[in-house]
Design a protein around this ligand. Structure first.
Ligand code: ADP
Ligand code: MG
Length: 475
């Protein structure tokens, strides 16, 4: 039963939501939702299908909650999603339909029309093998050699940035190299879920199934994403069976072994364990250096051996970060027209060592320093060099270097477009000054504490407190 009141309130909520999201997002996620009941303490929304519910819960319910607050409700009602009856009526047979019910999809013309989604760079040739990944690498080669025949599924797990996606895609490339007509498809589990939702919403479930169940090789990345998403797991289970029964290869990755994925159906766990489960561990120092070397070579940059070792020693558990650090290093060296030296590397590495990098920003520092030294924020960012402004600016630059992830060049830009040597000079001056003047030292200590607090608080609070008495210093 819908009365007009809940709808009027819901419209108001929708207006707020609409002002925060793109038109496309609004149309996709809010247009199909119907409000069934809205009281001060609960709200029941009807959504078209279970996949939609999964997604909406995670990504859009928080927006609705915020909208209630924005409209002045002290606490948002409890939100419950319910799937429309018509979904179950229409799709009763669909979800359990045997794979054979779907006719084979039209073969892509000569393999060309098929979009496999593989990155060109993720091939075996670019994959450096070391102790930490040799077993997974061997398994991947075996699968690529004989897809569907040896290890099916191949389940690769390991921490982020350790090469799971790379290795999985390398299988795809190798299979395509042998047989360009092979129907290879790479996608994240999230994409799988989204396509499923779209297919259901658009009434194209059959096409969706045709696409996935007629592949020769399915590479499904980050399967742990399906944790708790029962409807998507159900769909994947049928896809899985269809492919494996047809001796088509399935490769999945995850951040942990099958049994440790929370809220995943037992039957999926046992399917995963029936193939080969292998892991990738963080690489050892030699492998990290080898990866950096390979990268530098591809990039055409000359990086001295000691720098490679320094970087490889500092960044141990994530190859993506390792590569990122090297990229930054060569970008910076080009920007500064300076060779890649140990000093430069130390500068870049400091970025990776700062735990506070995301919480304290240069704006916050400038505002606090301006307030304490009684100058304006604009003057800190400006060109004036009167002694009081210049000193406050140096303090702010120093604090920015200490507390944020910004490089000297970035800091210079935030303070009136000064160059990195000016920033370096400021940092030295304040750092020497601290040793000589206990007052300055104490003040910097206090400012640092204040900023750390502010940074921490900002991370927790999503909006400023409404009580003006408790307004924090930086607002
Ligand atoms: P994951 O999927 O495990 O999070 P990726 O496969 O995306 O990690 O790898 C992150 C980055 O590290 C990619 O750029 C990839 O090419 C690179 N990488 C990972 N492992 C290796 C390796 N053994 N050799 C060369 N590059 C690697
Ligand atoms: Mg990945």
């Amino acid at each position: 039963m819908e009365s007009s009141r809940p709808n009027a309130q819901w419209s108001a909520i929708l207006d707020v939501v609409r002002s925060h999201v793109s038109g496309q997002r609004f149309q996709t996620w809010f247009q199909p939702v119907r409000v069934l009941d809205l009281k001060s303490d609960h709200l029941v929304l009807e959504v078209p299908n279970p996949f939609f519910a999964d997604w909406f819960e995670e990504h859009n319910v928080p927006l609705v909650v915020d909208a209630f607050r924005e409209l002045g409700c002290p606490s948002a009602p409890k939100i419950r999603l319910t799937v429309s009856d018509s979904y179950y009526e229409q799709s009763q047979n669909l979800l359990t339909a045997p794979a054979t019910a779907a006719r084979p999809a039209a073969a892509p013309a000569g393999g060309n029309g098929w979009s496999h989604n593989l990155y060109a760079r993720f091939v075996f040739d670019n994959f450096v093998v070391g102790k930490a990944n040799e077993f997974s690498n061997a398994a991947a080669h075996a699968v690529a050699q004989d897809p569907g025949m040896v290890y099916n599924p191949l389940f690769i797990y390991g921490g982020t940035g350790l090469g799971k996606t790379h290795l999985m895609q390398a299988i795809g490339h190798a299979v395509l190299a042998k047989n360009p007509n092979a129907k290879v498809y790479y996608g994240s589990s999230e994409k799988f879920m989204n396509s499923m939702i779209q297919a259901i919403t658009a009434g194209q479930t059959i096409d969706f199934r045709k696409k996935y169940r007629n592949l020769d090789l399915l590479l499904l990345d980050d399967i742990h994403f399906l944790s708790g998403r029962e409807a998507t797991q159900e769909e994947f289970f049928h896809t899985f069976n269809a492919l494996r029964d047809a001796r088509k290869q399935i490769v999945v990755t995850s951040d942990r072994p099958p049994r440790d994925i929370p809220r995943i159906e037992e039957r999926l766990v046992s399917r995963f364990n029936s193939g080969l489960v292998t892991d990738i561990k963080p690489p050892d120092l030699e492998t990290r250096v080898a990866i950096l070397k390979a990268n530098a070579k591809r990039d055409g940059s000359t990086v001295p051996e000691p720098v490679l070792f320094l970087v490889a020693e500092q960044i141990q558990s994530n190859i993506r970060e390792l590569e990122g650090c090297l990229m930054r290093l060569s970008a910076l060296s080009r920007l500064m027209h300076a060779p890649i030296t140990l000093d430069l590397a130390l500068e870049v590495l400091s970025v990776y060592a700062r735990p506070d990098e995301t919480t304290i920003g240069v704006d916050l520092i400038q505002r606090l320093v301006a307030r304490i030294y009684e100058v304006s924020v604009e003057s800190l960012r400006g060109k004036k060099r009167t002694s009081d402004i210049a000193f406050a600016r140096q303090v702010a630059m120093y604090l920015t270097k200490q507390l944020t992830a910004l490089t000297l060049v970035d800091i210079g830009k935030s303070f009136g477009n000064r160059d990195h040597s000016t920033v370096l000079y400021a940092i030295r001056k304040i750092s020497d000054g601290r040793k000589l003047h206990p007052d300055l030292d104490k003040r910097i200590e206090e400012l640092t504490g204040e900023l750390r607090n502010a940074g921490g608080r900002r991370r927790i609070e999503r909006r400023p407190p409404s009580d003006p008495g408790s307004q924090p210093l930086w607002s």
